[in-house]
Ligand binder design. Structure first.
Ligand SMILES: Nc1ncnc2c1ncn2[C@@H]1O[C@H](COP(=O)(O)OP(=O)(O)OP(=O)(O)O)[C@@H](O)[C@H]1O
Ligand SMILES: [Mg+2]
Length: 312
């Protein structure tokens, strides 16, 4: 991961109890950017063969901005995968609207790339051919597609493995190729559903660093689903917290941890306060079992924006 900024913000200047000036200014700049994704009143009801209904999502409102890194967290079954699959156009919605760059989403499209939890590379194609595949499907010549694929492989640091097959790669390397394959289609938004959850802790930390580096270099908005609350605080500009049954927005947290991020920040007051807030929202009974958590002031720490009032 990159070294800390040359001019690091002094911790006392960023007291986690208030949204200090640099943090407030950062989010004002973020919200002044173009809207990348707009979700309004999104709902999803699944019906089984007997007609029984599961309300997976209800009344989701969200606006994300160009080059924002949004993480989505919430208890198992709260609808995270359903949400991201609807954004990808892989699942139909029951109500509401979704638009990307102002264009309504009505199915899969090149403006959205997707990376899944499982390894989804074509095992019979080399790394380079995996990345070039979508470009060729889109009508590029093999020569152009492979040249572009080589550039994406350089960006993710796997050019030496261009002619390897997926089974010759580690899990982390496979996911890097999956990211390159999605980015090669030049989407506006990269949708990621728990992409690192099959990796061991060390590989996962490395992948987080890689992803941040890639995100810094290119014009991409990322919607990243995770179960890992530290991962969410490490990566996100904002964290959308969903609650279960039905899946609704619980909070939208503006992460006060400065960028560029580095592992040492996990001990800072901003990081710990954000993490504690997430714990309190997602594991409330455990937070109580740990004793009376002093969460007074934490509301201010993370300065949750009510999603209803359109954070623009
Ligand atoms: N195809 C489906 N048919 C019926 N019900 C479904 C279907 N897909 C999801 N559900 C239900 O919708 C709800 C949300 O599921 P979803 O997989 O989106 O949750 P999740 O937050 O991604 O969970 P996890 O954290 O375990 O991955 C659950 O109650 C689930 O059982
Ligand atoms: Mg899921």
């Amino acid at each position: 991961m990159s070294a800390p900024a040359a001019i690091a913000l002094p911790v006392e200047a960023c007291d986690y109890r208030t949204q200090c000036e640099p943090v407030r200014a950062r989010f004002e700049r973020l919200k002044a950017r173009d809207v990348a994704l707009r979700v309004k009143g999104l709902g999803k009801v699944f019906r089984n063969a007997e007609g029984a209904e599961t309300v997976a999502l209800r009344g989701i409102d969200l606006v994300t901005h160009r080059r924002e890194f949004l993480c989505v967290v919430g208890p198992s079954g709260c609808g995270k995968s359903t949400f991201v699959r609807i954004l990808a156009g892989l699942e139909t919605k029951s109500s509401g609207t979704v638009s990307v760059g102002g264009v309504p989403v009505s199915g899969p499209g090149a403006d959205r790339g997707m990376v899944f939890q499982g390894y989804t590379l074509f095992p019979w194609l080399t790394v380079k051919r995996n990345v070039a595949f979508g470009l060729e499907e889109n009508g590029e010549s093999r020569h152009v597609a492979e040249r572009e694929a080589a550039q994406w492989l350089a960006l993710i640091g796997l050019e030496r493995f261009a002619d390897a097959y997926p089974h010759q790669l580690s899990g982390g390397m496979k996911q890097r190729v999956a990211i390159a394959r999605a980015l090669a289609m030049r989407p506006r938004i990269l949708l990621m559903d728990e992409p690192f959850s099959a990796l061991d802790t060390q590989s996962r930390a490395r992948m987080q660093a890689y992803l941040i580096e890639i995100w810094r270099k290119i014009d991409i908005t990322i919607v990243f689903i995770t179960h890992d609350l530290d991962e969410a605080v490490t990566l996100a500009d904002r964290i959308l917290v969903l609650k279960a049954h039905p899946g609704e927005v619980e909070e939208l947290i503006e992460v006060p941890v400065p960028r560029p991020r580095h592992p040492g920040q996990s001990l800072t007051p901003e990081f710990r306060a954000t993490r504690a807030r997430l714990d309190a929202l997602i594991h409330p009974s455990e937070a109580e079992a740990d004793g009376p958590a002093d969460l007074g002031g934490l509301d201010m720490v993370t300065r949750m924006a009510s999603v209803g009032d359109e954070v623009e």
